[in-house]
Design a protein around this ligand. Structure first.
Ligand SMILES: [Zn+2]
Length: 156
């Protein structure tokens, strides 16, 4: 017999795969073996997972103010609702909410954005004009200032 908690984990993993989250991320978060996940993926998507280039951070992904603004909004939504807490279940809930209210966002990018924040490879800054956190990286032209109002970061 499958315990309720185990059943919830299996359902969540299945939902995450349906949303397109990479097998390695689902495996990392649920500990369900990759072979099973690959079978589920193929069953759902009708083809094996493509072996294209895979990002391991959002740093190489932010190539416009629009992308920087979308990721900042997603991260801010998560921070507003859950603070610094993280679980894959929270990520899925926030991602679904974001899809409904703000538009499409690749779940892998959503996952990487929160992972980067947790690991400290990406940091947030606060815009006093927009009253919102945004992804900040001085080395990237699209994250060296607020992506919403384009005002430069004012260091205190
Ligand atoms: Zn701003």
């Amino acid at each position: 017999m499958v315990a309720t908690r185990e059943l919830e984990k299996l359902n969540l993993a299945f939902d995450l795969l349906n949303a397109g989250l990479r097998i390695s991320f689902v495996n990392e978060e649920t500990l369900i073996d990759k072979r099973t996940l690959r079978l589920w993926w193929k069953e759902k998507h009708g083809r094996p997972l493509s072996k294209g280039r895979r990002l391991n951070s959002i740093q190489g992904f932010i190539k416009s103010y629009e992308i920087a603004a979308n990721l900042s909004a997603f991260i801010s939504l998560h921070k507003h609702l859950y603070g610094s807490d993280f679980s894959i279940k929270m990520l899925y809930r926030i991602w679904k909410e974001y899809q409904l209210t703000c538009g499409d966002l690749d779940i892998n990018i959503a996952y990487l954005s929160l992972r980067d924040i947790r690991r400290g490879t990406v940091c947030l800054s606060y815009c006093n004009c927009c009253k919102i956190d945004f992804v900040y990286d001085a080395a990237n032209r699209y994250t060296s200032r607020c992506p919403f109002c384009k005002n430069p970061v004012i260091k205190n």
